[in-house]
Design a protein around this ligand. Sequence first.
Ligand code: CA
Length: 226
Amino acid sequence: MAERILIVEDEERIARFVELELRHEGYEVDKAADGRTGLERMESGEYDLVLLDIMLPGLNGLEVLRRARRTVDTPVIMLTARDTVMDKVTGLDMGAEDYITKPFEIEELLARIRVCLRKVERRTARAKALEVGDLVLDPDRHTVSYDGHPVELTHREFDLLKILMENEGIVMARSTLMERVWGYDYMGETNIVDVYVRYLRGKLDDAYGVKLLHTVRGVGYVLRIG
Ligand code: CA
């Protein structure tokens, strides 16, 4: 699906030119010619990116950004005609991703847009996956990888590893791990946790020559690097 970009810019000539270029690149584009309309559109949360001019009728761009940030975190690139440090600093402080000074080359704007969208994409992906060093666990896709190599785990092994990764560096008692992976009413072997940690060690520590799963004598286990 095409990424949606909102242009908030009162200079029709610039807005129109940028719109055509962005459409040519395959983006979906909407425009707003004043601050209040821009703010309303931004607050809809329908955009992947907003190009926000600073000098706008109604509300200026900095004010639009300040108000919009109460409800949405859509990435913003500020368009500033005045090459003043103050506007840039204020804009970035208020949560703009980037700024570009007018007049700009369209190629530079397109490059900044691509960087900005990629950065946000990576951030979103990272927020979902758990990472400890080279070990990555993706709860949504139910996958684990070490240094880019897929690691095949059973359901229980996955659940156990997930809890240990969520609590990286924190010693987890055997009883806690047992309750959270096997449930309160588990009536099987009491050394089940040890058995599964052994399985995980085989598939991670031994397989990749690392030390991730540490035994804390008399207490339980902790996952940390080294
Ligand atoms: Ca303007």
